[in-house]
Design a protein around this ligand. Structure first.
Ligand code: NAD
Length: 251
């Protein structure tokens, strides 16, 4: 029997990047997965790939910035697989602008998608788990930019710092129900969110100790561990997967 056999986990942003790699690794450990994403074609493709490899998966279209859609996602997971043991609140966007151009729309868009989404996933996910008497784990994707400020990232810095604290606060409140809450803080990961500017990407990679971008599989393997029993004593913390970024100063 695989380690996560019988466990039902929702992955938001599961169509691409870190979420897709987490889906591949969690499925290989036996978890039944709902691949939730705004990009339904991408989510369907990932679910089909998992099923072709013998896994159990279903796709669901969601805009994580809308609470009622996240609630519907949680209901769908339970209808489809009978229970809920975890949610990986991972979908996110960036929208880089100098602070003096950070108009309310740009600010709120990132707060809605990167911060409020995590609240919705935790709230509707945990309520459903408690209602079902199910235990499990919530993993939230933060960022190194939840700790370190970056130029043009006022909105993203604020959202990801909130995710770090929501993981602590949620862990404190949900421990008595057998629900752990943890976070991951990726460094610069080689996914579509970084765009296509190769010079910019290599400059970002140069800020890691090993001088290159991190592959999304490396974040996914930490996420997979956090969902496992081996991580049962990790609670409330956000684990950096940053190749040392937060540990040293480049210039
Ligand atoms: P990605 O662009 O490959 O994947 C993000 C996924 O989220 C996409 O499939 C996209 O369709 C989905 N998404 C975006 N907005 C959505 C919405 N409103 N509703 C539903 N789905 C939505 O990028 P990634 O790097 O895999 O990003 C995953 C997470 O990792 C994000 O929260 C991001 O902020 C975080 N992160 C990434 C990096 C990096 O360098 N790549 C660094 C730190 C943190």
């Amino acid at each position: 029997m695989a380690e996560l056999d019988g466990k039902v986990i929702i992955i938001t942003g599961g169509a691409s990047g870190i979420g897709k790699q987490a889906a591949l690794q969690l499925s290989a450990k036996g978890a039944s997965l709902v691949i939730a994403d705004y990009n339904l074609d991408g989510a369907n493709a990932v679910a089909a790939e998992l099923e072709a490899a013998g896994g159990k998966a279903a796709a669901f279209k969601v805009d994580v910035s809308k609470g009622e859609e996240v609630k519907a996602l949680v209901d769908f997971a339970v209808e489809k697989f009978g229970t809920l043991n975890g949610i990986f609140n991972n979908a996110g966007i960036g929208l880089v602008k100098p602070f003096l151009e950070m108009d309310p729309e740009s600010y709120h868009r990132v707060i809605d998608v990167d911060q409020h989404s995590v609240y919705y996933g935790m709230y509707y996910g945990a309520k459903k788990m408690v209602e079902l008497g199910a235990t499990g784990t919530i993993v939230n994707t933060a960022s190194i930019y939840g700790t370190a400020a970056a130029m043009g990232s006022f909105n993203y810095n604020a959202a990801k710092a909130a995710v770090v604290m929501m993981s602590k606060s949620g862990a404190l409140e949900l421990a008595e129900y057998g629900i752990r809450v943890v976070g991951v803080a990726p460094g610069f990961i080689n996914t579509p969110i970084l765009g296509n500017d190769e010079a910019m990407k290599s400059a970002l990679g140069a800020q890691h100790m090993r001088g290159q971008l991190i592959q999304p599989e490396k974040v996914a393997s930490v996420v997979t561990f956090l969902f496992s029993d081996g991580a049962s004593a990790i609670n409330g913390q956000t684990i950096p997967v940053d190749d040392g970024f937060l540990s040293f100063k480049t210039k």
